[in-house]
Every structure is written in structure tokens, then in C-alpha cells.
Design a protein around this ligand. Sequence first.
Ligand SMILES: *[C@@H]1O[C@H](CO)[C@@H](O)[C@H](O)[C@H]1NC(C)=O
Ligand SMILES: *[C@@H]1O[C@H](CO)[C@@H](O)[C@H](O)[C@H]1NC(C)=O
Ligand SMILES: *[C@@H]1O[C@H](CO)[C@@H](O)[C@H](O)[C@H]1NC(C)=O
Length: 388
Amino acid sequence: MSSRSLSLHSSCFASSFPSLPLPWLLLLLSFPLCALSQCDKPPIIFNFGDSNSDTGGLAAGLGFPINPPYGRTFFGRSTGRLSDGRLLIDFLCQSLNTSFLSPYLESLGSSFQNGANFAVVGSSTLPKFVPFALNVQIMQFLHFKSRSMELVAAGSERLINEEGFRRALYMVDIGQNDLSDSFSKNLSYPQVAKRIPLVIAEIRRAVQTLYDQGGRNFWIHNTGPLGCLPQKLSLVQSKAGDLDSFGCISSYNAAAKLFNGALLHLCQEMKSELKDATIVYVDIYAIKFDIIANATKYGFSNPLMACCGFGGPPYNYNVRVTCGNTGSEACNDGARRVNWDGIHYTEAANEIVATKVLFLGSGSDLLFPIICSGLSSSSSGIDYNSSY
Ligand SMILES: *[C@@H]1O[C@H](CO)[C@@H](O)[C@H](O)[C@H]1NC(C)=O
Ligand SMILES: *[C@@H]1O[C@H](CO)[C@@H](O)[C@H](O)[C@H]1NC(C)=O
Ligand SMILES: *[C@@H]1O[C@H](CO)[C@@H](O)[C@H](O)[C@H]1NC(C)=O
């Protein structure tokens, strides 16, 4: 940060992060976010992934109803996001002063001038060629791009052109469902571990395809602590003896960490292969695990208990009475809870994650220059791997 001593507009923080606890606001005030968020050109983002970053794709694509209280905290209505409010990607968009990404599949009210969101709830990398596996999302992107090119060639000025596709940021956040599906098929830890290289190979293929299409800026999230999700904790019967000191399932978290190690290795490999690309690996696991392990420090309570669900403590999760369905109930103190529905994080937790991605691991030192300059060919590739 030191090389950029930009002036601070404190009012920006208040509007971007209105509900942070006071210590966080004070911490934020010492960072020049808003000055950094003024790009010469409007940011362009393409996102691929699962429910962690789906801004309405499942609701649009399959007409799948996602009922209130989903969306209650920020939007005041259900938007198809699996949270009570904004997701990490929404906070990243806000910090870049760009509008929320429209789901690629949403035909009404969408704008694709600042990119598109291909992420859909439930997506995995494998099996391929099923809605909405990563390779299908990439095929949708190829369609989106070639259609944009046709329309731009025909004179449209409101769509993304070749230069826009080149300077765009390509975000990938996938893998959680590959791990989760494997465990729910009763695969043992070694069997789950054996599948990880196949998943990583799919992510490699996706990034390579985007690169071949001209993409140069990649922002890759690793996967969170699967074994700390109330859904897993309530469904896994044989977890006694497999819980860590925080109450999370050790083997599930070990699988997540194994996946993350392989993903980091992939990012490092691709960085040396694709010399003119910038590839940023973001350690979401460390951030989420810290929030769970140190919940009180962040003003949270009951980090392993769903706010919205059924059954009460310890996990408040029942697979037959899930959030948004008849019989489920939502807690009143959502702003003090980490987990929303047993699988997904609350807006309050997502906000802290975003803050950490943007500030504390000096992520903003990366995100803003990458997205603002659209990085020409000068970069040799930056790594953000927060060292927890
Ligand atoms: C955000 O965008 C609006 C509209 O384009 C612009 O007026 C405003 O100055 C921008 N703010 C920041 C902090 O970049
Ligand atoms: C997994 O194992 C549990 C307990 O051993 C069993 O009840 C369940 O039916 C199994 N699930 C599958 C999909 O095989
Ligand atoms: C909890 O917070 C302490 C103090 O900041 C830190 O040292 C520790 O690594 C955190 N725990 C986790 C699991 O991140």
C-alpha cells in the first residue's frame, strides 16, 4: 500500500460497509479503499462457480423457487442468492463501484455491460455436460462471447468488445460440491482424495480455455472448511472421534485442505506456463476458518449453527425442513451469526470475508490494479496466498 498514498474518503467506507462492528470500521478507515476503486475504465468481471457466488442463476435457469427469508437482510426479497443478503462477489463488485453481476441465464432486467455471472447453485466440475457443470458454464461463456462479437461487429456499443474480454477479470470459485457429493456418496477419505486431481484438471481446462479466448486476469478462490457446515455436522452419523477442537469434521476439512493444496499448485504451474497472465489464488479457507474458530472476536455466536432451519441446537439443520420451506424458522440475530441455512454464510459473515480479501491480506493491492488497468502484458503474475 505504501507506494500509493492516496487520499481517504471516509464516507465511502460507511456506505460500502454499513453494518460492520465498530472495531472493523476503525480498522478499515486506515486503508485507502475508495481512492483505489476509481478505475479509468469500468470493471468487467466474468464469474464461474456454485452457490457461493450464484447471484440468481438457478432461480432463472431452472425456475427453482428460493423463498424468503432468503434475501431478507439486504434485498428485502429473494434474489436467488443463497444467503440472507449479499455474497462475497457482491461485496467485491461494490468495492469496485460496479453493479452486481447479472446471472447469464436471467432474461429480464439483466445488464451484461460489466460482465456476466455463470455460477449456478449446486454446480460441480464433475460429471461434465450436465447443468451447470463448470465445462457447461465455460461453453455458455463461449456462446456469450461469440454472440457479443457478432453484435459488436454489427454496431452495438453497449456490449463487451474484444478489448473488454481481454482486460476482464475471470473469477472461479468451484470444488465444494465435488467434495461434498463424494462424501455424501459414502466415499472414504482416500477415495475422495483420489478424485481431487480430476477436479483440478477440470479447473485447469477451464482457465486454459478462457486464456485461449484472450482472458489474462484470473482470480481463483479456494474452498472453505466443508467440515464446519451445520448441514454436514447434522447429517454425518459417524463423526464421533472425527471432530476437531472447534467441533468441525476433521476428515472433511482435511479433504478441503488437500483440494486447496492442489489448487494452489495448479495456480503456480499455470503462472509459469501462461507467462503473460495474472493468476491470483485467494485463500478463502483460512479466512472462513478464522471466522469460525474466532467467532467471538468478530462479534459472532454459534458459528456451527444455522440461523435459518429447524431443530434447534446444536446445528439447527434438518434435511426435511430446510430454510425457506414450511416449518423452518430464521433467527432474529442474523447479523451475529456466521451460517445462514446450514450450508451458506450470512451476509454479515460474507462481509467480513470480503473485507479480509480486500484489505487484510493486501488483496486490494491486487484486485484494484488488476481490474482497473486490465493489465497489459507486463505482469509476471502475482500471488495472493494469505499466510495464516
Ligand atoms: C462510482 O460510480 C459513480 C457513477 O459512475 C461515480 O459517479 C462515482 O464517482 C464512483 N465512485 C467511486 C468511489 O469510484
Ligand atoms: C451411507 O452410509 C450410511 C451409514 O452407513 C447409510 O445409512 C446410507 O444409506 C449410505 N448412503 C449411500 C448413498 O450409500
Ligand atoms: C484466531 O485468532 C488468533 C489471534 O488473532 C490467531 O492467531 C489464530 O490463527 C486464529 N485462528 C484461526 C483458526 O485462524
